[in-house]
Write a protein that binds this ligand. Sequence first.
Ligand code: 5AD
Ligand code: SF4
Length: 457
Amino acid sequence: MNLNHVNISGLRPIVGDGRKLYIETYGCQMNAGDSEVVLSILQGDGFRYTEDPAGADVILINTCSIRDNAEQRIWGRLRELRQYKKKNKGLLVGVIGCMAERLREKLIDQEELVNLVAGPDAYRDLPRLLREAGGGAKAVNVLLSGEETYAEISPVRLDKNGVSAYISIMRGCNNMCSYCVVPYTRGAERSRDPQTILREARELFDGGYREVTLLGQNVNSYRWKNGETVAGFADLLGAVASVDPKLRVRFSTSHPKDLSDEVLHTMARYPNLCRAIHLPAQSGSTRMLELMNRKYTREWYLGRIEAIRRILPGCSISTDLIAGFCTETDDDHRQTLSLMEEVGYASAFMFKYSERPNTKAARHMADDVPDGVKTARLNEIIALQNELSLRSNRLDVGREFEVLVEGVSKRSDRQLFGRTSQNKVVVFDRGDARVGDYVRVRVTDCSSATLHGQRVE
Ligand code: 5AD
Ligand code: SF4
């Protein structure tokens, strides 16, 4: 028997038996984290990971449904994978993640392309599904769960830097923003046992990791009840920050309606809780925010920004913005631009509205902003953000920052790159620094995307 493939449970049959598994991940950080859970589950069943799809026996595509172009890209990739299926008749291709949940039958009906479909709450069932698919059956599990958090599964890290890792702290979403497909693909919100989160953070730190990002669709509504005691997100943040002062802690994503002063005060108490908050605004127009079912106004949002500035001076703020949502007028659009100016975002993810089937917006509102207008507005938003990013970076020139080194610069192997607590990338001459070190860097120059600096002792 090959000792690498021993199944420790002893009772279950080994499904993988050394067969090679390749996983390709699209979409958000949650998906990146999920792929690591999937790998852990399948390694436990005897699969070996390969980075080469051409040599794989099983290919899993972890998919995203957030916008139509995300799905189109995956259809294209599935058609490309046919070349491998032609060469290797036993190759199994599985679609997992959000698109698996949304399109189930449509995917499995493509017999030439797809052998297996598993939604985000069905990953423990993958060994069984792969066995079924291997026997020629259509293998589908898209059941959503009220409880699944994969709490005790230790993800097998797929990222290569060994410095920063994601920790999933909750799954699903209860917000029902009218444009968004996530509540339908990931189900209802549920939080993970904090003890398992803390254990994972400690193991990562002991393994040399120096940064964790706590992930959830709406981390500020994290809530764990144990008898009489209830732990909220601020409690969890404090506990993870206490694992070690040398462990940086980030989190994503916050919903403006739930970002409390308590969380901001907790951040202020721990220097290793990073000074960066991602606070998706989506729009600067209260009328749009109401149609989007965001449950806050422009004024409320600006009040949260004011609280961040007051309680956490020096904290950077980033956002997500959607251009051209249903009925958006030029005036609504101008309010988004003015909100951006007023906040002065350090960075932003910016999108054209893409109608998603069955969402509240798709059912009740007309997608009535012409595509050309959406594009023009998005371009204006992007141009303004480039200016704001440059402005924000210029304010850092001449200042000193503690930088966690993440890797070798793409441009020159004599240079390293890392991040400031504010989540800005800094490139600097390597000297004797190594990946995983904290170094002090004085910023000497910048572009809109990157800071350049020199080490100071
Ligand atoms: N169209 C465009 N952008 C969307 N997002 C979510 N749903 C849509 C959609 N239907 C954006 C939001 C969200 C980010 C993850 O993706 O800005 O915060
Ligand atoms: Fe895409 Fe949203 Fe699913 Fe993440 S949760 S993979 S962004 S649809």
